[in-house]
Design a protein around this ligand. Structure first.
Ligand code: ATP
Length: 289
């Protein structure tokens, strides 16, 4: 079994600034940091660190080679990450003294991967494998349709929320993953309720309120959030999604996978950073025991 993740790879540039820049202002940052980011890279990192065979399908530009090495270091198979002429997707993240941020995102190579590359990567997938998608790449609808036709479990982490993309991908989705805000946005956009959504499985994460999974056959599972001293919740949702998918891929029942993902996400929340702060299965096992 394997998880094939058509996902974004971003370079995150963090600038500490005294205040967020005003129009026309030039501002000196007091600190700078760089890291691997993007929902796709985060979720691949989490799934691989959980121990699932994880194949990332994506693209970077010529200056993004280190991000691919970083994914490799986390155990992700990067055979199907293309190097294109388009610059690597990146985020300019200004954070002021109060923690408020302002972000400029350039999707870059994430939107430039040709669809035949996706088809070629999925030619190695076997029925029952997982195809994981988010909303930071191109080709979600075509990939989801192709994945469904190949007999894959299509898992759609519908973030950042985009009503057009959700409408297009939902008919091919096996498991839809949303946070609480996205669940509300989806219901408003489709003028429906979560209960009435026509999708086999739904996972909703609710921050410190925990997470719930429901199957349309009536099965339900719930995992409360662990009580931790939160340092940085960035990437908690991606850690949860990656661990939950990995748990199911490794043969766990939904309740067990949910509890495992909650533990992994809670441990992530105690650490600053995103992809690099996602814990390994061994760290999760040792956490809280
Ligand atoms: P993000 O966008 O910050 O990555 P998200 O909004 O997609 O996160 P959340 O629902 O906030 O996702 O969090 C995902 C899961 O992480 C929660 O279901 C919970 O298990 C865990 N989690 C999040 N915040 C906390 C917290 N403060 N304490 C413990 N666990 C948390």
């Amino acid at each position: 079994m394997a998880i094939h993740n058509l996902g974004s790879i971003n370079i995150d540039h963090f600038y500490s600034v005294p205040h967020l820049p005003a129009p026309g202002e030039t501002l000196a940052a007091t600190a700078y940091g760089i890291g691997l980011g993007g929902k796709g890279a985060n979720q691949s990192t989490a799934a691989a660190k959980a121990g699932a065979r994880t194949v990332h399908i994506g693209a970077v530009g010529p200056e993004g080679a280190w991000t691919v090495e970083r994914l490799n270091g986390a155990g992700v198979d990067t055979t199907h990450v293309s190097v294109l002429e388009t610059p690597t997707g990146h985020a300019i993240i200004n954070v002021d003294a109060t923690g408020e941020n302002a972000i400029v995102l350039f999707p870059g190579a994430n939107l430039a991967l040709p669809f035949p590359k996706v088809v070629s990567a999925l030619s190695e997938a076997a029925p029952g494998d997982t195809l994981l998608l988010q909303n930071e790449t191109a080709h979600q609808e075509k990939a989801a349709r192709h994945g469904r036709d190949l007999g894959l479990r299509v898992v759609y982490s519908a973030a950042p929320f985009d009503p057009t993309a959700v409408r297009a991908v939902l008919p091919f989705t096996t498991l839809l993953i949303l946070n609480a805000v996205e669940a509300e946005q989806l219901c408003a956009a489709l003028d429906t309720t979560i209960e009435a959504l026509d999708v086999p499985e739904i996972l909703i994460t609710r921050g410190a309120q925990g997470a719930e999974w429901r199957h349309r056959d009536g099965n339900r599972a719930f995992a409360p959030a662990l009580s931790v001293k939160a340092q940085d919740t960035t990437g908690a949702g991606d850690t949860f999604a990656g661990y939950f998918c990995a748990g199911l891929d490794l043969g766990q029942k939904p309740q067990a996978a949910l509890a495992w993902a909650a533990k992994a996400a809670a441990l992530k929340v105690t650490r600053r950073g995103t992809a690099d702060a996602i814990p390994s299965a061994a760290e999760v096992a040792a956490f809280g025991t």
